[in-house]
Design a protein around this ligand. Structure first.
Ligand SMILES: Cc1cc2nc3c(=O)[nH]c(=O)nc-3n(C[C@H](O)[C@H](O)[C@H](O)COP(=O)(O)OP(=O)(O)OC[C@H]3O[C@@H](n4cnc5c(N)ncnc54)[C@H](O)[C@@H]3O)c2cc1C
Length: 428
């Protein structure tokens, strides 16, 4: 019997350490020194390094990478169990070397980079000596890569890139930009001449124009014309990691909801005793666990096959995590009453995070189409007018199975005929 929902004691010890470290070290540090991981202040950097060293000493640095690339090579299932702790603390991924968008970019370098490219960009990214951003979405359309226009043209020993991207998260803080073009995926140094940051766009998600940006030939990552394949590989991993972390957000909202329900009194009793509050708690409990099982099953599938083979499940995780986050954070806000509508707790940020989850990494609609299309491949239309589960036909076919028996036992046949007559008359 292979189904097993237990965690090995040695790994549980790691999970317990991660939970305690995040609660006792990362969260207080982040509340006092926000965005510290990217700070250039030497004192802050020293404190960050000290905390990161503890993570490294536990063998938990760059969790998503295989051993030969400097990660622990846990695979997706163990990563999911860790991420559902890290996701509760916004700063935690940075302290574990697993912060987006660098993770996806590192995965691209790990999968497609030449040894020189890994040396130049992957290892410095892993050590947080440099930062990166991913420049795919264009203002005229993000859900449909066929609308992208940014192109790269070869000119002697250089590629010349022209185009416009936006929603390049953390673009301003990046040293290198992974730019998707119609001719391939390129690594562009942010300070290359022709890289222009357009003012007035979204604050954290840069709007960038690439104006005749010239880069050497060895800045092409993967094959020429391979950008769509690279993008799919990158986003497939990213989506499941987001889903893992959103379980943590849902659990936080749930814990907050339960604590408040037990603490607040209204109309004669503690609100946890009002049935509609109990309904919110019961529905949230079931929603979170359904999401969690979907994500863990998907992670397990990736470990036992590939991201490509798990693509239908990954797509389902992508829109389900947004939906569960929306529903659970809404219920938690509601139970918190007026306090829930303020920024004095994490609930408003979680609630605002739900539509973001729905849009980023490809809008939910596109993923629902993927799921429906792939699922339908395993189904066939029925022959004729009536569906396979049409009872009159099923009963007729079933009766044939017993004809030999009825020939021997007319009493049994009369009994079956009586039932058939009764069933025929009670059809709605
Ligand atoms: C917080 C955040 C961070 C991001 N970070 C990055 C990043 O680092 N790098 C990067 O390149 N991009 C990034 N993005 C962009 C993201 O990938 C795009 O927003 C996403 O792909 C959707 O593109 P769009 O915003 O242009 O929406 P559109 O493509 O304009 O879609 C808008 C709406 O149209 C409808 N729609 C679209 N297609 C379909 C369809 N097939 N069927 C039915 N309805 C449809 C849906 O209602 C959809 O919500 C980020 C986005 C967010 C929100």
């Amino acid at each position: 019997m292979a189904w097993d929902f237990s965690t090995e004691p040695e790994f549980q010890e790691q999970l317990d350490w991660v939970e305690q470290f995040c609660r006792e070290e990362i969260e207080p540090f982040d509340l006092v020194f926000p965005a510290a991981v990217r700070s250039k202040d030497p004192k802050i950097r020293a404190m960050v390094k000290e905390l990161q060293q503890q993570v490294k000493d536990r063998g938990l640095w760059a969790l998503f990478l295989d051993e030969e690339l400097g990660g622990p090579g846990f695979g997706q299932l163990k990563l999911a169990l860790i991420n559902e702790i890290l996701g509760r603390y916004p700063a935690a991924p940075g302290f574990f070397g697993t912060a987006a968008p660098d993770t996806g970019n590192m995965e691209l370098l790990a999968m497609y980079g030449t040894p020189e490219q890994k040396q130049r960009w992957l290892y410095p990214l892993m050590d947080q000596e440099i930062w990166s951003a991913y420049s795919m979405t264009e203002p005229q359309g993000g859900s449909d890569p066929n609308l992208f226009k940014t192109n790269a043209v070869r000119d002697g020993e250089e590629w010349v890139i022209n185009g416009e991207k936006w929603f390049t998260s953390a673009g301003r803080y990046a040293d290198i930009l992974f730019v998707m073009t119609t001719s391939g995926m390129f690594v562009v140094p942010k300070d290359a001449p022709g890289v222009e940051f357009v003012e007035g766009g979204p604050r954290s998600h840069s709007h960038i124009r690439y104006n005749d940006v010239r880069i050497p030939l060895d800045h092409l990552l993967g094959p020429e014309d391979g950008a769509k394949v690279l993008a799919q590989r990158r986003l497939g991993g990213g989506r499941i990691h987001h889903a893992m972390r959103s379980i943590a957000q849902c659990k936080l909202a749930f814990d907050m909801m339960c604590e408040r329900a037990l603490s607040r009194e209204a109309h004669g009793k503690v609100i946890a005793e009002h049935q509609m509050v109990q309904e919110a708690i019961a529905d949230s409990y079931a929603d979170i666990n359904m999401l969690r099982l979907l994500v863990l099953w998907t992670a397990w599938t990736i470990d036992n096959s590939s991201t490509q083979q798990a693509r239908t499940q990954i797509a389902a995780c992508k829109y389900t995590c947004a939906k569960v986050l929306k529903d659970v954070s809404y219920r938690a806000i509601h139970i918190y009453g007026s306090l829930g509508t303020t920024d004095l707790t994490p609930l408003q940020a979680m609630w605002a995070g739900a539509p973001t989850m729905s849009v980023m990494d490809g809008v939910d609609e596109v993923h629902k189409v993927t799921v429906a299309r792939n699922v339908l491949k395993d189904h066939r239309p029925h022959a004729g007018l009536w569906p396979t589960e049409y009872y009159p036909h099923k009963r007729e076919a079933a009766r044939k199975k017993f004809e030999a028996l009825f020939a021997e036992d007319p009493e049994l046949e009369r009994y079956a005929d009586g039932i058939a007559k009764y069933m025929a008359n009670r059809n709605r």
